[in-house]
Each structure stands twice: as structure tokens, then as C-alpha cells.
Design a protein around this ligand. Structure first.
Ligand SMILES: NC(=O)c1ccc[n+]([C@@H]2O[C@H](COP(=O)([O-])OP(=O)(O)OC[C@H]3O[C@@H](n4cnc5c(N)ncnc54)[C@H](OP(=O)(O)O)[C@@H]3O)[C@@H](O)[C@H]2O)c1
Length: 404
């Protein structure tokens, strides 16, 4: 029986994890849950899964949850709040596996503490690797525990790498759907609405990663994630646009052989892989191979999607630059979702923050969080400047869809 703690249980990955747990009651048990602000979903999950502990981000939400649970006679669940609470969930003595799926840098501390506590970690929270990959991977090595990627691309790479030794790897090919604006001319980017940007062609995900997929920043983060997880320089991690999202990624070996992993576009599969690694167990997540007709590939357009170039530059510089990349993106995406800046302004905010950030290696999570706060402040100022100077932000559908 694998006893699981889920960080970000009310989100897209968190719910998919619970769905996997539900399908295999004889294998998995929920020990602890951590969420953000969704009190209703946390309440339902507490009743359904009866975890030992549950955490919400804010104290008042935790108090509301505690009294709702008390009113139905449920007093044995420890209700926690804040970052100390999510660390308690991540390091719960009865949990042996932690699924890290809080969105953003908010997930870093609990993820790091889970690794430090010697838990096996299934990692969806890519931001942790982007901002503190060296610290996380070093700690996992020290603990002798795997960091198992749940992100579908890295999960695919992890699977392909089982076919060869690390020194036999030439490069990694990360596939990208291209997002909803692959065929939209750049001249139309300023008119892109929130609604259009949230309409991802192949995956249903949380809002931030969906916007990051539309700007290709998500792929940029994944480049850094791959460098950190698989110990490769950015020059050996390449991106290939593949709109069908059928092939989740590939590994090219030194002899020229290329191995690819493909499967249904359903996050329950990489979650199941991580939860059962190194075993594989039967599932009903079957890919209809006989229906496969057409797979398209093309190189990414770095000029149209500058976030990809910014990510390569930050990956090469490392340290503070990757922290600034993530922090500025989090602030810029939130500002876009709030209607304060346009879609085309997202890379501009990021570029200005990164170029003002000095390179430097961070030696502890505390230093990482300090650099993150500094970059957020700079990004906030940039957003304010842009929102004061820009024309009104489009709200209704205002560009033609260029997808077939
Ligand atoms: N969705 C995917 O298919 C996918 C694929 C690959 C990687 N990922 C990565 O997985 C992570 C989660 O993505 P998602 O799509 O599941 O996001 P999501 O649907 O937005 O869910 C985010 C989760 O984080 C929680 N949360 C937010 N702020 C928090 C805080 N301060 N403290 C504690 N919990 C907090 C949210 O809680 P509330 O809802 O209660 O506020 C929610 O449970 C991201 O890093 C993303 O890049 C996702």
C-alpha cells in the first residue's frame, strides 16, 4: 500500500491523482492533502478521503473548514494552514509518496521539505525545478530517493531513458503542442483575449499553465526542468512543435536511435507511472493505435514566441535568472488574467525583469525565496508601468481562430 500526500489536491493534477487513487484502492491510500483557497473542494475531499491532515493556504479558510468538518462530526482530521501546514502535509510521517502539484513557487518549500524528509516525490510543480533545481536534485541524490516527473514530456523522457545509459544520450526532444496561437499571425497577438488564451487545443489544465502554453513559456520552463532533472546543458534539450500532442517527447541516443513515448493525452497515465515506478501496472488508458494517421512536426518560431528564447537564455545563465524568469512570468500571467496587460506584454515584462537581474548562484531555499520576492516586485512595477501606458485590453473574442 502506497500512502500518498498530495500538494495541490484541488487542482487539475491533484484531482487526476485522486482519480488514479480511486481506481486502485488496494494499492494507494490518501494520507494528507494540501490546497489553496477552494474550501468547498477541500471539504468534499476531506469527507471522501478522510486524510490524517488537510491544509489550506489561509488561516480563515482553515478555520471555516475545521468548523464545517466539526458540524458533521468529523473531528479526527488535523486541519492546518499556510506554508508550515503544507510542509507538515509534505513531511507527514505516515506518507511515503508525495505528489507535488501546487502551482507556482508557492509549492517550492513543501516540495523541498518532502525531498529532505526522504519521501519519494512525483513532481508536477515544474516551477520548483526552474527556481531551485540544483538544490532539489542534490537533496534527492543525498536521500537516495527518486524525483519522478509527472509533467508528461519529462515523464516520457524518463521512460525512454530506461532504454540506455546516461552517457549514451545525445539529446532530448521535447514536443510542444504549439498552443492555441500556433497559426495566429504575431500582428494579432495584442488583440488576444483571456478566453482565447485559455482555450488549449489538446490539454485541460490549470489557468497559469494554460496561459504559459499559449506563450510557449511552459515549454521554456520544461527546457530548464529537463536540464535539471536529466543533467544536460540547454544546448542538448531541443523543442519540436507537434500539434497532436501524441508523442510526449523523445530521446536521441549517440548511435542515432531515437526513442519516443506516446499514449493518450491524459495526465492520469504519467501520474500512475510515477506512483507505481519502477513497476508498471495494467490500466484502461489505452491509445487507439489503429486510428493513428497523421503526425505533424515543425521547429518552434522563436521570433513569434520570445518566451522560448528567454528561457534558453535564463537556462544558460542559471541561478537568479531562472528565478526571475518564473517570478516575472507568474506576475505577468496573473496581470493578463486580471485584464491589466495584453497577451503580447507578457514576454516584455519577463524580458525587462530578467535583464535587470544579476546572475548569481543561490545556496538555500531561503535565498531562492528572497530572489523570487525581489523579481516579483520588479515585475509588479513593470506591469503597473505597462498597464498605465497601454490601450484598453481586449475582453471579447477579437481574433480569428487560425486552428483548423
Ligand atoms: N494540469 C496539467 O495537466 C499539468 C501538466 C504538467 C504539469 N503541471 C504542473 O502542475 C502544477 C499544478 O498545475 P494544475 O494545472 O494542477 O494547476 P491548478 O489546476 O491551478 O491547481 C493548482 C493547485 O495549487 C493549489 N494552490 C495554489 N496556491 C496555493 C498555495 N499558496 N498553497 C497551497 N496550495 C495552493 C490550488 O488550490 P486551490 O484550487 O484550492 O486554490 C490547486 O490545488 C503546476 O506547476 C503545473 O505547471 C500541470
Amino acid at each position: 500500500m502506497r500512502r500518498i500526500a498530495i500538494l495541490g489536491s484541488t487542482g487539475s493534477i491533484g484531482r487526476s491523482t485522486l482519480s488514479v487513487v480511486e481506481s486502485y484502492p488496494e494499492r494507494f491510500q490518501v494520507t494528507a492533502l494540501a490546497a489553496g483557497r477552494n474550501v468547498d473542494a477541500a471539504y468534499q475531499q476531506a469527507l471522501r478521503w478522510k486524510p490524517r491532515a488537510i491544509c489550506l493556504a489561509a488561516k480563515e479558510d482553515a478555520e471555516a473548514l475545521r468548523s464545517r468538518l466539526k458540524s458533521v462530526g468529523q473531528t479526527s482530521i488535523e486541519v492546518l494552514h499556510g506554508s508550515a501546514g503544507s510542509v507538515r502535509v509534505a513531511t507527514h510521517p505516515e506518507a511515503d509518496f508525495v505528489v507535488s502539484a501546487i502551482v507556482g513557487v508557492a509549492g517550492l518549500e513543501a516540495t523541498y521539505e518532502a525531498v529532505r524528509a526522504g519521501k519519494s516525490v512525483g513532481l508536477a510543480n515544474k516551477e520548483s525545478l526552474v527556481v531551485a533545481g540544483d538544490l532539489l536534485t542534490a537533496e534527492a541524490r543525498k536521500q537516495g530517493k527518486p524525483l519522478l516527473p509527472i509533467d508528461s514530456e519529462h515523464n516520457a523522457v524518463h521512460q525512454c531513458l530506461r532504454a540506455g545509459r546516461r552517457e549514451e544520450v545525445e539529446r532530448i526532444w521535447l514536443t510542444a503542442s504549439g498552443g492555441p496561437f500556433m497559426r495566429t499571425p504575431k500582428s494579432q497577438f495584442p488583440a488576444i483575449t483571456v478566453e482565447q488564451a485559455l482555450n488549449h487545443p489538446t490539454w485541460k489544465m490549470g489557468k497559469r499553465i494554460t496561459i504559459d502554453s499559449a506563450t510557449l513559456m511552459n515549454k521554456g520552463f520544461e527546457i530548464i526542468e529537463a536540464c535539471r532533472l536529466f543533467d544536460l546543458p540547454p544546448s542538448r534539450v531541443q523543442v519540436l512543435v507537434h500539434p497532436e500532442s501524441t508523442i510526449h517527447s523523445m530521446v536521441e541516443f549517440v548511435d542515432g536511435s531515437i526513442l519516443a513515448q506516446f499514449s493518450v493525452t491524459d495526465m492520469r497515465l504519467p501520474i500512475l507511472y510515477a506512483l507505481t515506478y519502477p513497476e508498471r501496472i495494467p490500466s484502461d488508458l489505452r491509445f487507439p493505435v489503429m486510428n493513428l494517421r497523421h503526425l505533424e512536426f515543425c521547429p518552434p518560431d522563436m521570433e513569434k514566441f520570445p518566451c522560448l528564447r528567454l528561457a534558453y537564455e535564463a537556462a544558460a545563465a542559471g541561478g537568479a535568472k531562472t528565478i526571475a524568469l518564473n517570478a516575472a512570468d507568474e506576475v505577468a500571467v496573473a496581470a493578463f488574467l486580471d485584464g491589466c496587460i495584453g497577451f503580447d506584454a507578457i514576454p516584455r515584462v519577463i524580458e525587462s525583469v530578467i535583464s535587470a537581474t544579476k546572475t548569481g548562484k543561490l545556496e538555500s531555499i531561503r535565498e531562492v525565496l528572497g530572489a523570487d520576492a525581489e523579481a516579483r516586485r520588479a515585475a509588479g512595477e513593470q506591469v503597473e508601468r505597462l498597464s498605465r501606458s497601454s490601450s484598453p485590453i481586449p475582453r471579447a473574442a477579437s481574433i480569428m481562430s487560425h486552428r483548423e
